[in-house]
Write a protein that binds this ligand. Structure first.
Ligand code: C2E
Ligand code: SIN
Ligand code: SIN
Ligand code: FE
Length: 401
């Protein structure tokens, strides 16, 4: 029988809810957010397993799944086989449940009601929903108690469903305590609001990145190879940043800021950009202005990513020995992002055909870069290039048009 909560227990649970709410509001990445919501709700209710569904149109997308019992079993099996213990997060995604009353999650998603089921195998046949045993049978698992709650946004629309399985009291599996119904419901609606924000953030981010790529391509549209060039550049730069040991956030920042390195070519006349042969000194001088034009286009931006883009635009033709342009910066006075993109840009220029030059072989290109170590390029960046040449080749093969 469910125990009555005393005031202190309730107080502690409310504080715990509050902590969860703060943690949720800080997480921006949608998948991590969903994982966090499920983990916290399970911990809160001592549930050994659970799933989280997100509403997409008239379906529920099965988005996150966690199961401590199956994970432990898998770990033990791997150990018995003396295999390396890989950390396999028990998250698998991608199947859909239709939003109708025949399944348990569908019922909760459709009606917005909470279901607190003591034993999934003993649901009265008169109920509209049925328990599907196929997962249990396939995994030799026994789903017993369930607490299934809707995630509702501020207007009461269901945006998802949290399904918690097998509540524990010590080693025993027990029904979910009744007082959890309203507590998890309030946790779920708080989660719903953060999910909506994260989705919006993700959508904005995607729109933003798409815009960056389109603009970058537009700036260089004269080269037939431009879109692929932008993709390769972005990825080469990320490989180098990673190889240099930068943090995932810095790697991402360089990856998404690098596409705009040549946006200033918008300000260079076509007669120069598309000249089939060698540029005269005067023409090359004018071409060099693309760095300054680019920085001008990007200057005073609020967004951090655009600020990195500005730095890259103005520094990607500087050289380690100070012989580059536009400012003749030297060594570590050149921002690292500029040093990284310099190598990525030249590698792509060398291995590609340009209107003024044929593509060089890989060997020839690698030789030129090696010779540039400590002169054109930061030797550390050249090292990261040498260490990751396979990754470069994979990107080159993928975007080869
Ligand atoms: P890009 O074609 O994307 O080349 C980027 C950088 O790759 C060049 O910067 C240069 O450092 C390197 N690079 C390209 N081709 C070669 C090469 O054959 N040998 C060596 N060692 N390095 C190479 P750079 O020189 O500052 O040029 C900037 C941009 O100016 C180039 O971008 C290209 O759009 C244009 N450009 C440079 N030289 C010529 C030229 O002779 N004719 C024409 N039409 N455009 C040129
Ligand atoms: C991305 O990797 O998603 C953007 C950069 C690219 O497409 O090359
Ligand atoms: C060229 O002059 O063909 C481009 C090579 C370079 O600018 O270094
Ligand atoms: Fe450039």
């Amino acid at each position: 029988m469910a125990q009555k909560m005393n005031a202190r227990g309730l107080q502690e649970q409310l504080m715990s809810l509050n902590r969860i709410g703060i943690a949720l509001s800080k997480e921006q990445d949608l998948n991590q957010l969903l994982t966090l919501i499920l983990r916290e709700s399970r911990q809160f209710t001592s549930a050994e397993a659970g799933s989280l569904y997100v509403r997409e149109g008239n379906q529920l997308r099965f988005s996150v799944s966690q199961n401590d019992v199956l994970d432990a079993r898998k770990k033990a099996e791997l150990k018995a086989q003396k295999k390396q213990l890989e950390i396999v997060p028990s998250t698998f995604t991608g199947f859909y449940v239709s939003l109708d009353k025949s399944s348990i999650s569908g019922y909760v998603g459709t009606t917005g009601k909470v279901l607190n089921i003591p034993d999934s195998y003993k649901i009265p046949p008169s109920r509209e929903y049925k328990f599907n045993r196929s997962f249990d049978e396939k995994n030799n698992y026994r789903t017993k108690s369930q607490l299934v709650v809707p995630m509702k946004d501020a207007s009461g629309n269901v945006v998802g469903v949290i399904q918690l399985l097998n509540a524990h009291k010590g080693k025993n599996i027990v029904p979910f305590d009744k007082h959890f119904e309203s507590l998890v419901l309030s946790l779920a609606s708080q989660a719903a609001i953060t999910i909506k924000n994260a989705m919006l953030t993700q959508e904005l981010k995607e729109a933003y990145l798409d815009t960056i790529f389109r603009l970058s391509v537009a700036a260089e549209y004269k080269d037939d190879d431009t879109a692929a060039h932008i993709h390769r550049m972005s990825r080469y730069s990320a490989i180098l940043a990673e190889g240099l040991g930068l943090s995932p956030a810095e790697v991402e920042s360089i990856r998404y800021a690098s596409p705009m390195h040549d946006i200033g070519k918008l300000g260079v006349p076509d007669s120069i950009l598309m000249k089939p042969g060698k540029l005269t000194p005067a023409e090359f001088k004018e071409m060099q202005n693309h760095t300054v034009f680019g920085a001008k286009i990007l200057e005073n931006a609020k967004a951090e990513l655009l600020r990195v883009s500005e730095v890259i635009a103005i520094t990607h033709h500087e050289k380690w020995d100070g012989s580059g342009y536009p400012r003749g910066l030297k060594g570590e006075n050149i921002p690292l992002s500029g040093r990284v993109v310099a190598l990525a840009d030249v590698f792509d220029a060398l291995t590609s055909k340009r209107c003024y030059k044929p593509a060089f072989s890989l060997e020839e290109s690698m030789k030129i870069i090696k010779e540039g170590s400590g002169r054109h390029f930061d030797a550390k960046v050249v090292q990261a290039f040498n260490d990751n040449i396979e990754k470069f080749l994979a990107v080159k093969a993928q975007f080869s048009n």
